[in-house]
Design a protein around this ligand. Structure first.
Ligand SMILES: [Zn+2]
Length: 239
């Protein structure tokens, strides 16, 4: 367990933690050196490979944590915006390929119908995992979980995060600086808030919504903050 926090973030987190997005917005104001270029890149719908490379270079001398290459599903802003507006409309698009459409329709290797998911999950877990709802900050028991172990997907049981990468972000949502492996999660551009492009994080296997990833994580690690809904996760303590 890495208990990493910053006094500024902790002092102001409750007031500004109404959503993951507000914290990022505030972080952008507090840390201008890291924010504007990233915001521009995301607004353009670009992957942040350049930034990831920059981070890898700048942190390689100070950290023994191996950098995991992040994979972001590249979809055009137009396609994504259209899907946000109307999945049915997007399904009819002749421009979207089958793979992208499967991702956009939340169909992974584990592909269940909406009715099947509704029957399998608790009502609120369904709303978050399948409908992108966000839990209230500080509401998840997993926020304070500190035992060694593994966080798995509450939808399909796939391993997603290890306790060793969990840290105290002060946001009220379980936060990690890296997934358990690069292919454990899928990262998708999210334009559901038009003035604040974000990157959604999903379980790669079932495409369930987990949360978002931001660039204000611990600098001594990856610099990333995987801001997760606790209800999307289940914790399996180490034996
Ligand atoms: Zn899953």
């Amino acid at each position: 367990m890495h208990a990493i926090s910053t006094p500024v973030a902790r002092a102001t987190s409750r007031a500004s933690a109404a959503s993951c997005s507000t914290r990022r917005d505030r972080a952008a104001r507090l840390a201008p050196r890291a924010s504007r270029a990233d915001a521009t890149a995301r607004a353009d719908g670009d992957d942040d490979d350049a930034h990831a490379t920059k981070r890898a270079e700048s942190s390689s001398s100070s950290s023994s944590t191996p950098m995991r290459r992040r994979r972001l599903i590249n979809l055009t802003a137009a396609t994504t915006a259209m899907v946000v507006a109307s999945p049915a409309l997007a399904a009819a698009s002749e421009f979207a390929d089958a793979g992208a459409m499967a991702i956009l329709n939340r169909q992974g290797a584990i592909a269940m119908s909406d009715d099947e998911w509704r029957a399998k999950l608790d009502p609120f877990a369904y709303q978050v995992l399948r409908r992108e709802a966000t839990e209230r900050p500080f509401s998840s028991p997993l926020y304070n979980e500190k035992r060694a172990g593994t966080f798995v997907c509450a939808g399909c049981g796939s391993e997603l995060f290890d306790m060793s990468t969990k840290y105290d972000s002060g946001t009220g949502w379980p936060s990690f600086y890296a997934p358990i492996s690069a292919d454990a999660v899928t990262e998708v551009p999210d334009y559901s808030i038009m003035f604040l492009p974000r990157t959604e994080v999903r379980c790669a296997k079932c495409q369930g919504h987990l949360g978002h990833v931001f660039n204000d994580g611990p600098r001594e690690t990856t610099g990333l903050r995987y801001c997760m809904n606790g209800v999307s996760l289940a914790f399996e303590p180490a034996a």
